[in-house]
Design a protein around this ligand. Structure first.
Ligand SMILES: Cc1cc2nc3c(=O)[nH]c(=O)nc-3n(C[C@H](O)[C@H](O)[C@H](O)COP(=O)(O)O)c2cc1C
Length: 314
């Protein structure tokens, strides 16, 4: 069973992925948050940093992209294969109206004919392709015609987050519908969505004993040892875990400080990190409040010191 880390724009950037791999471990495959091609025909520097191996040389990294046309798809396949990647992941799940209105992300799911056109005329097969998708934009049945298209092509696997786009993150991942999708589908289908505890995983595994890929998102950000628990690896003691959390924070902080300039820029990156990270502490809310209201780096470091004086959760 492969355990991968879901892409979370703003949270699982290269700084996070690298620190996690170094300080915690247990993830078999990482996905970048989606890359986009700007109107100018270029990729933002921050997006390039996600994949160009300036720092990160993680072999299990799968770059993800948004594409709504043959030209965009071809651009990314060439870009990633020139960089030496062996796999890439097409995002057919993003639910944000700014994206879906342009017929990208889950906005492509009601248009299986466009998906077919792109696969037929853009995908050369130079790199393995996987697709991360929701069930639909407006209706969950939209996925059925899309899977019929996907079946016709040489695609490595699909990873399904069983919600529709217009739901955003409301409700829960629809496991029963996921089960229906597997009937008659001839490729590997990974599962993603709402796996936050070992119990969540165990009930998923009981329902889908043959599942070979589970992609974890917010659950890992709130419990760094979730992958280890799932794999049955012994969890380190509280003292060792607290030290690992401290290392993780310090690694993230020092990496941002090494290439960003000024307190404001650094704080803009490290504060969101604590939105999930503070879930490791018993005084979760107090810890996060302290970080959130810290105005400059001096106050920030005081808030971090306060956090690490607290107990971490068992
Ligand atoms: C803040 C945020 C950013 C996200 N960014 C991406 C992204 O760049 N690409 C993508 O495919 N999914 C993205 N997702 C969706 C997650 O990868 C995942 O499908 C979703 O959170 C459900 O899994 P989870 O319940 O395990 O978190 C994002 C989700 C959140 C909450």
């Amino acid at each position: 069973m492969k355990i991968s880390l879901a892409p979370l724009q703003g949270y699982t950037d290269w700084v996070f992925r690298q620190a996690y791999d170094k300080c915690i471990g247990g993830i078999d495959e990482f996905y970048t948050p989606f890359l986009v091609l700007q109107n100018s025909g270029e990729i933002r520097t921050s997006h390039k940093r996600e994949v160009e191996p300036f720092v990160e040389r993680n072999k299990s990294l799968v770059p993800q992209f948004l594409a709504g046309s043959v030209a965009e798809f071809q651009f990314f396949e060439t870009y990633f294969s020139d960089l030496g990647y062996k796999k890439m992941n097409w995002n057919l799940g993003c639910p944000f109206p700014l994206v879906t209105r342009k017929k990208k992300g889950s906005g492509l799911l009601p248009f299986p004919e466009i998906i077919k056109d792109i696969l037929e005329n853009a995908y050369s097969g130079k790199i393995d392709l996987s697709i991360k998708m929701r069930l639909g934009l407006e209706e969950k049945s939209e996925i059925l015609a899309v899977l019929d298209v996907i079946k016709q092509f040489n695609i490595d696997e699909v990873i399904v987050h069983p919600r529709i786009g217009k739901q955003m993150y409301k409700g829960s991942a629809d496991r029963d519908y996921f089960q229906e999708l597997q009937n008659g589908f001839n490729k590997s289908m990974g599962f993603n969505g709402d796996i936050s505890t070992l119990e969540d995983f165990e009930s998923l595994h009981a329902q889908f004993p043959k599942l070979n890929h589970v992609m974890l998102g917010r659950g890992v950000l709130k419990d760094y040892w979730l992958p280890a628990k799932i794999k049955g690896i012994e969890i380190p003691t509280v003292a060792i875990r607290k030290k690992a959390l401290r290392n993780m924070h310090d690694e993230i902080f020092s990496t941002y400080a090494s290439f960003l300039s000024g307190d404001t820029q650094i704080l803009q990156k490290v504060k969101p990190f604590w939105e999930y990270f503070s879930a490791h502490f018993e005084e979760e809310r107090k810890v996060f409040k302290g970080i959130k209201k810290s105005g400059g780096l001096k106050k920030y470091h005081e808030a971090v010191a306060f956090a690490f004086q607290q107990n971490i959760k068992e």
